[in-house]
Design a protein around this ligand. Structure first.
Ligand code: CAA
Length: 289
């Protein structure tokens, strides 16, 4: 009988963290979201509230359930508030040093030695984060997809130290409690989806960079010609160009294949603060909401 995961913590309340927290709260779970400080915690709450409102407007959720989900969530600026959690999912910026620091801290704070520490990283080796703790056997990757309330997939990534029972417990939690579908991946940068997706997005960026086709035509090509819900440059804007660049760097560092190397245009856009939908401009322009 696998231990019940009834208390969940999420570290980071950005695009992914807020989405993961929303899905947990909508599943009826006691969920604590930790941000860097009280101001960021308030912004994370706003992000979840906005998405819940969108779900209500789209007829996916009734208003009472949306209010219940929001009330079930606690937002904090202190990692210490995660002490009693049975599963903590880290979803901070895609930076190995930042994530390593959080795993080392969580290992000391989360009291139950059987509690599981998961990372939503897209590309950083799970092993590196596990080795920052004294419980690498209870550390794994739990990779959600954006927008988290909409997309049904979660990748579960085990490192060489993760015990199989821990992965099985988390898989049961993800499928039964969260209602998502799992694919398993080994601990290689990019896992299954990003190892395939990122070279495609980078190829589209190179196409726009060289003047081969305009961003609008690149996107229309894949939307109308291949029935993708959004073209690659719109998708890169949705993911965030800083995140796309960070994943590409990790893939390139791991495999040293030119197809993973971030193109100069992507680097310049990140330096310019043109990060896609979240900054209002990337390959396309966006309204604030
Ligand atoms: N909660 C619940 N459901 C919601 C919702 C919310 N907050 N917002 C939207 N929805 C639902 C809508 O009700 C709708 O459902 P139906 O189709 O059943 O009616 C569906 O989601 C689509 O929503 P919209 O009609 O409002 O929007 P859309 O048709 O323009 O689709 C999109 C938007 C879902 C983002 C779609 O374009 C899409 O799926 N794009 C591809 C996204 C993708 O590939 N994401 C993966 C990124 S990679 C990643 O995340 C991993 C990484 O590490 C980088």
């Amino acid at each position: 009988m696998s231990p019940r995961i009834d208390k969940v913590g999420v570290v980071g309340g950005g695009l992914m963290g807020a989405g993961i927290a929303e899905v947990c709260a909508r599943a009826g779970l006691d969920t604590v979201v930790c941000e860097a400080d009280a101001v960021a915690a308030r912004a994370a709450r706003e992000r979840v509230a906005l998405s819940l409102e969108r779900a209500v407007q789209r007829g996916k959720l009734d208003r009472i359930s949306a209010e219940d989900a929001l009330n079930r969530l606690v937002f904090t600026g202190s990692l210490d508030d995660l002490a009693d959690r049975r599963l903590v999912i880290e979803a901070v910026v895609e930076n190995a040093d930042a994530k390593t620091e959080i795993f080392a801290a969580l290992d000391k704070i989360v009291e139950d030695p059987e509690a599981i520490l998961a990372t939503n990283t897209s590309s950083i080796p799970v092993m590196r984060l596990g080795m920052a703790t004294q419980r690498a056997d209870h550390v794994l990757g739990l990779h959600f997809f954006n927008p988290v309330p909409v997309l049904p997939l979660v990748e579960i990534v085990t490192s060489l130290h993760t015990t199989p029972q821990v992965a099985d417990t988390v898989q049961e939690f993800v499928t039964r409690a969260l209602g998502k579908t799992v694919v398993r991946s080994q601990d290689r940068a990019g896992f299954v989806v990003n190892a395939l997706l990122i070279p495609y997005l980078l190829a589209a960026i190179r196409m726009a960079e060289s003047g081969f086709a305009t961003p609008t035509d690149v996107d229309s090509g894949m939307e109308l010609g291949c029935a993708h819900p959004m073209g690659p440059l719109k998708l890169a804007d949705l993911i965030g160009l800083d995140t796309v660049a960070a994943i590409a760097e990790s893939l390139y560092e791991e495999f040293k294949e030119p197809l993973y190397a971030p193109p100069p245009l992507l680097q310049r856009m990140v330096e310019a603060g043109l990060l896609g939908r979240k900054s209002g401009r990337g390959f396309h322009h966006y309204d604030p909401h």
